[in-house]
Design a binder for this molecule. Sequence first.
Ligand SMILES: O=C(O)c1cc(=O)[nH]c(=O)n1[C@@H]1O[C@H](COP(=O)(O)O)[C@@H](O)[C@H]1O
Length: 235
Amino acid sequence: MEYRRNFVETRPVIALDFSSDKEVYDFLEKFKGQRLFVKIGMELFYKYGPEIVKQVAENHDVFLDLKLHDIPNTVERAMANIAELNVALTNVHAAGGVEMMEAALRGLEGSNTKLIAVTQLTSTSEEQMHEFQNIQTSLLDSVIHYAKCTEKAGLAGVVCSAKEARAIKDATSEDFICLTPGIRPAGAEVGDQKRVVTPADARKIGSDYIVVGRPITQAENPVEAYENIMEQYNS
Ligand SMILES: O=C(O)c1cc(=O)[nH]c(=O)n1[C@@H]1O[C@H](COP(=O)(O)O)[C@@H](O)[C@H]1O
């Protein structure tokens, strides 16, 4: 079946998982003025706070990945602070519940930031989910359950493995965003990721955004690695 696709972000979102701001700016320099889509996560945020987000957002689109998961009131108030940064995307954990996700959205009111929710981390395997989370459905069912709850709360989409993107869109809507980390070019080191997909397959299955960290940031030539991954994703 041919599916309608409204929007796909053709640039891989680069996870800036660096321990210092110097490494971040040295890395971004290599791309010579290109406007990138980058992800700032806990590692940088807990060290440099909103300042690094503001700095990077001057020249790049930013996904602020802080994965909020707390009581609704706390999440709403934290999101109101994130709203001031006007980043393109930010996230919460769907496991926080529908009420928490609705509160997060209220906190973001007035900003242009899209809110998405993490379903099951791409570093979680089916067995780990059964054993540690004591969820006895299949991992796919769990991910779809969280996606439906996220849709019900009114969020723009989810973070999931590309493996699940097609099933999520079938269970929600074609426009429901599937942002997918756990991307590995064929033969690349997998590291702690469990549910990995190649850039080309991610696009075929239905990712709207791919997030790529180490295969680019740890590459000998990060610009070349970025361009190769972008080409595979868009071919
Ligand atoms: O929300 C995320 O961005 C995220 C969710 C998830 O399920 N898995 C996941 O890997 N991520 C993030 O995506 C990035 C993946 O990095 P690499 O494994 O180095 O490509 C990391 O910064 C993770 O924090």
